[in-house]
Design a protein around this ligand. Structure first.
Ligand code: 5AD
Length: 351
């Protein structure tokens, strides 16, 4: 398709309400044509907030001494996966702070082995790891991996991360994951201090260049206990949300058949933020199934929604929200990215 940096940057700069409505409508039509009706759902398990990294924007960064650190036990992890099965989420995402240790690698392997009988689709979101670790987890049953690049601009990346973080290592990880046969997800934050629409346009081209299967993006939301909060540009919640929606729409138009999540950050900015994400072209929701007692400790940014405590009520609420916008959740389906199914050419495999 003929989308270049200029064209994408122009779409991202649109502010006229009619032009925006047309952009979202078109993206929504592409979602329906390429991904079909329905919204894929994954239960999100926030497995622990102990993190070796010190990203300047993130509430669970290592130096934030105000966070109560937790690590879910194996029994809690398995119970969360069983909860997903019971609710009807055929897929889970295991996310957590970035840790590189043999103990952590083994723990994830054990978890994957323990839940294999449940037949859930499993996505890991556990940060940068050595290729051997990614291989072990793939062999233990993980089929998908999410690793946001956060920004594809190396200079902006270096302003958001301590010098110990390497942009090129992060990008290399995405390449390795892809070689190992994972469905690969990446993404960025928008509305970052000092970020331009041109950088965001290049982010979208980066997704295409690495041929991502899944995209998770969301507006940056300052967290008061982080260094980046002081640099904040003071955008309104609505302006942050609008930029997030535009980025979803444009990514849908450019990448077409990938999975795109309506992220929790959208909901932090407006109660119906995720629904608006779907109306702008997203096709995946990730309801939180972390045990309620831990949720307040996995606070990446201000006002992060905890979700309901009662899993059955969460499903009722989700169904009601989706029905309002003429959508419904695809319970019982693991929801492979169409892009992945097409690129690996799995005959008869249904997304
Ligand atoms: N605002 C929005 N998103 C954030 N993340 C981390 N901190 C913030 C923040 N302050 C996102 C990052 C990370 C994901 C798990 O959460 O993009 O990859």
């Amino acid at each position: 398709m003929g989308f270049d940096e200029d064209g994408i940057a122009r779409m991202l700069a649109l502010e006229d309400p009619d032009a925006l409505a047309a952009l979202f409508r078109e993206a929504r039509a592409v979602k329906l044509a390429e991904c079909g009706p329905g919204i894929a759902v994954r239960g999100l398990v926030e497995a622990g907030n102990v993190c070796a990294k010190d990203c300047l924007y993130c509430g669970i960064r290592r130096s934030n001494a105000r966070v109560l650190r937790y690590t879910m036990s194996m029994a809690e992890l398995v119970a969360a996966a069983e909860t997903a099965r019971r609710i009807g989420y055929a897929s889970i995402v295991l996310q957590g702070g970035e840790l590189e240790s043999e103990a952590n690698t083994r723990r994830v392997e054990e978890f994957l082995a323990r839940i294999a009988p449940l037949g859930l689709g499993v996505t890991l979101s556990l940060g940068e790891q050595e290729p051997a670790v990614y291989r072990r987890w793939r062999e233990a049953g993980a089929a998908r991996y999410l690793l946001r690049i956060e920004t594809s601009d190396p200079e902006l990346y270096s302003r958001l991360h301590p010098p110990t973080c390497s942009f090129s290592r992060r990008r290399d990880c995405l390449v390795r994951l892809r070689e190992l046969g994972y469905q690969v997800g990446t993404g960025v934050m928008c509305a970052l201090p000092g970020q331009t629409t041109r950088q965001l346009a290049r982010d979208v081209l980066f997704f295409r260049e690495i041929d991502a299967d899944m995209i998770g993006m969301g507006p940056y939301i300052p967290h008061p206990d982080t260094p980046l909060a002081a640099a904040d540009t003071g955008l309104t919640d609505e302006a942050r949300l609008r930029l997030g929606l535009k980025l979803i729409a444009v990514t849908r138009l450019v990448l077409r058949d990938v999975n795109i999540a309506a992220s929790t950050a959208l909901q932090a900015l407006a109660d119906d933020g995720r629904e608006r994400g779907i109306l702008a072209g997203a096709n995946v929701l990730m309801p939180n199934i972390t045990p309620a007692g831990y949720r307040a400790s996995y606070r990446l940014y201000r006002n992060k929604p905890g979700g309901g405590e009662d899993d059955a009520a969460v499903r009722v609420d989700l169904d009601r929200r989706l029905a309002k916008i003429g959508e419904s959740a695809l319970y019982g389906r693991s929801g492979d990215s169409r892009h992945y199914v097409r690129r690996v050419d799995i005959p008869g495999r249904e997304a």
